[in-house]
Design a protein around this ligand. Structure first.
Ligand SMILES: [Fe+2]
Ligand SMILES: [Fe+2]
Length: 136
């Protein structure tokens, strides 16, 4: 049983965005597995790096669709992405200076909560809108 399971309820109906979300869940699950097998510090560094890149690309993809469709909640949604990026970089900065199991734990809890809530609430909000505009 994975730490987080991607189920069709997470689907936003746009293939590329669903794939991004699946990848994000995979990174979080790998991090969780590393917590159990003792390689958490190495995997935290890798995950922080990959997630910095991945989230930037993913947010860009979502925000491009918002712009193309004049999504009315775009600004509020972008702010959530920016807030996540700030928090991610803040944790990354602390971890790079002083890698520790505590920060790894803080990171995994933060990212799990954020990802699940953001996908289920904020991302779900654009689903009917993009569907109406015909995006897949
Ligand atoms: Fe998303
Ligand atoms: Fe989003």
């Amino acid at each position: 049983m994975s730490f987080i399971e991607w189920t069709p309820e997470f689907s936003v109906g746009v293939e590329a965005l669903d794939q991004d979300h699946k990848d994000l869940i995979l990174f979080i699950n790998n991090l969780h597995a590393a917590l159990l097998d003792g390689s958490i510090e190495t995997v935290t560094e890798e995950t922080l790096n990959i997630m910095t890149y991945h989230s930037k690309e993913h947010f860009r993809r979502e925000e491009e669709l918002f712009a193309q469709t004049d999504y009315p909640e775009a600004e509020a949604h972008k702010k959530m992405h920016e807030q996540f990026t700030r928090q991610l970089l803040e944790i990354k900065g602390r971890f790079m200076k002083n890698p520790s199991k505590e920060i790894s734990l803080e990171f995994i809890l933060f990212v799990k909560k954020w990802a699940v809530e953001h996908m289920q609430e904020a991302d779900m909000k654009y689903v009917p809108y993009l569907k109406e505009k015909g995006f897949k």
